[in-house]
Each structure stands twice: as C-alpha cells, then as structure tokens.
Design a protein around this ligand. Structure first.
Ligand code: UDP
Length: 332
C-alpha cells in the first residue's frame, strides 16, 4: 500500500499554523509539520501529527519530507512577523522570510509538489492609495517585512510560469483571536501584536498598553487595521487548497473583513469585553506603520468561496481573552 498524500505545513507549531493543523485534521486531510521551534511550541501540534524540527530553508530536509510523505501541497507559514523588528533587523527578515521561502519553492518544484499556499501580507501595499485596498492596487511596501514577503510573491509568480506548480498568495490583514473551542491560540510570551498585548494588559500580565501614534490622519489619530479571526483565516487556506486542486489558476488574494478599527477602538473593545480598565499610554509613532490598512475582500469571497464566520471584533477579543486566561491558568 502506498502512503497517503500529506499537506506540508511549515510553521505548523506557531500561532496560525497550529490552527491550520486543527482545521486540516477536521477536514480529513493529513498534515505534516516542519517547524524550527524558534517561536512555535511542540505542544501546539497534536500528537498524531508528525512534527519535524528543522528549518524551512533546509532544502535537503524539505525535499526528503516531500518524498517521504508524498506531499501534495505546501502551506508555508514559517516566517518572522513583527514590523518594527523588521526595520531594526532587515537582513534577518530577508533570510527567514525570503531566502527560506525560496528554498521551499525550489524543493516544491524539484520534488513535483503541484500546489503552494503562501502567507503573504497586507504590508505589501504600504500606504494604500485607496482604502479598502484591492489586489489590483500597486504594491509599495514601506517596511522590510512587507518587502521580504513581496519578493516571495514575485518568486511564486515567475516560478508558476516556468514550472507545473500553482499557488495562492494570501495577503493577510491583522490576524487575531484564538480557536473558539480553546484548543489553540497565540502563545508567544513576547508577542507584540495589538490584541494580544491588550488582552495581556486586561489580565494584569502587563502594566498597561502603549498606543504608537495619535497623530495619524485617521478619525481618532491612531492607526486603523482590519482584524481577521484566525479561524476564518485558516478556513481561507482550506478554500485555497480546494481552489488549486480544482485546477484553477494561481491567485493573489486579500484575507480581511473589509472593516477597519482604530487602535483606540480596539483597546476600548478589550476593556468592555473583559470588564477591566487598564492604563493606556499615548506614545510616539512606531517605525514602519502605515496609517490605514483595510481589505477589499470580494476576490476571496467570489473566487475562493470564502465565508467569514467570526467577523466581529467582540468575538475576536473574547476568544483571545479566553486563550490568555487558559495560558495564565496553566502557568500558575
Ligand atoms: N499597536 C499599538 N500598541 C501595541 C501594539 C500595536 O499601538 O502595543 C499598534 C501598531 O502601532 C499598529 C497597530 O497597533 O498601528 C497594529 O499593530 P500590530 O503590531 O498588531 O500589527 P501590524 O499591523 O504591525 O502587523
């Protein structure tokens, strides 16, 4: 009997990747995870899922896994994701996000993997000319993070023209929240993203929260983002897999709700949903932040058949809070 075909999930022990693995199992797929465990956790991967500790930039390792598990699609999450970090350490971002992705794509081509799903980002747009921003608008990233991801989109575009591989590059807006059933969440101790840090402040794990910039040209002066629930985000990857397997052409696609919230609105929501008031410190702008990023999402809905189910900031915050409470209880 030949081994069944698998889906290779790089970064499957991380925040989004661990939700992806659960969604794949629920959909009857067979995931196999490669993760260097630099930020991911072994415990985030269910025991029945093979977890190989290693780098997505290790072409020999990835090639071996593709052959061994008869990999039919790669979902490539492994990456560095903090915008201000990318400003301070650009070469580390180009190495981890761009160079390692090149190795993954090369292994996919060399070993005959037909489909590739890539975690791209709204940061490829930079400061969009129009909001909501659709996929036809020009890419002009304003930070190394966005550039490190845009180069991968270009590699995929060129590679899919030259080789028999199709891809979906999903441009994530701001991913947040946690599995509504409490099985997974954002576990990094040093997380910097807004909803995570705000719920930590609500639970007393931080002294309060800094608002980075109150002089942006927005309704209240703080930055506006489109926050997408991690469960809806991973569903878009299942939709993309189905789409590519059906023989449809490669696709670049925004994943967001077409709804913008300011930093101050998010903080108010966390205070209201948690019932806790915490200190809010108004600070200078942070390096690399665009003022406003909101997705136009018609393409995801019409081409991928994506149906958002958790598009409500209160639910995102509630699920993030529940996960943070679980983390707090388990570290007691
Ligand atoms: N932000 C903030 N305080 C924080 C974390 C984030 O004011 O403790 C702001 C940040 O400057 C940006 C927005 O929240 O305007 C979203 O930032 P985040 O790091 O969550 O995601 P990004 O959009 O950078 O990927």
């Amino acid at each position: 009997m030949t081994d069944p075909r698998h889906i290779l999930v790089s970064g499957g022990a991380g925040y989004i990747g661990s939700h992806m693995v659960l969604a794949l199992l629920e959909a009857g797929e067979r995931p196999v995870v490669v993760d260097d465990l630099s930020t991911g956790l072994r415990s985030a991967v269910p025991p029945q899922v093979p977890l190989i500790e290693g780098s997505s930039g290790d072409a020999a390792l990835i090639g071996g896994l593709i052959d061994r598990y008869k990999v039919e699609a790669i979902i490539h999450f492994a990456a560095s994701i903090v915008v201000p970090d990318s400003v301070a350490h650009p070469l580390a971002y180009y190495a981890n996000n761009t160079v390692n992705a090149r190795a993954m794509i090369a292994a996919a081509v060399e070993h005959g993997v037909p489909h590739f799903v890539f975690s791209s980002t709204a940061a490829v747009y930079g400061e969009p000319r129009e909001v909501p921003v659709d996929e036809a608008q020009p890419t002009a990233p304003i930070n190394p993070y966005g550039r490190s991801k845009l180069m991968v989109e270009w590699m995929l575009e060129d590679t899919a023209k030259a080789h028999p591989i199709s891809y979906a590059a999903l441009r994530y807006f701001n991913v947040a929240g946690a599995d509504p059933h409490g099985r997974a969440g954002q576990s990094s101790r040093d997380a910097t993203h807004l909803i995570k840090t705000a719920v930590q402040a609500a639970l007393g794990k931080r002294s309060g929260i800094d608002v980075f910039g109150t002089d942006y040209p927005t309704k209240d002066g703080s930055c506006i983002r489109d926050y997408v629930h991690v469960s809806d985000l991973v569903q878009a990857h299942l939709d993309a897999l189905r789409y590519l397997r059906g023989g449809a052409p490669s696709l670049i696609c925004n994943i967001g709700y077409q709804a913008g919230f300011s930093v101050l609105e998010v903080i108010d929501t966390v205070k209201r949903v948690s019932g806790v008031d915490f200190e809010v410190r108004l600070r200078q702008r942070r390096a690399g932040d665009p003022a406003c990023l909101v997705a136009a999402n018609a393409r995801a809905i019409t081409r991928l058949g994506w149906t958002p189910r958790h598009n409500d900031l209160d639910s995102i915050v509630r699920d993030a809070l529940n996960w943070e409470r679980q983390l707090a209880a388990s570290s007691d």
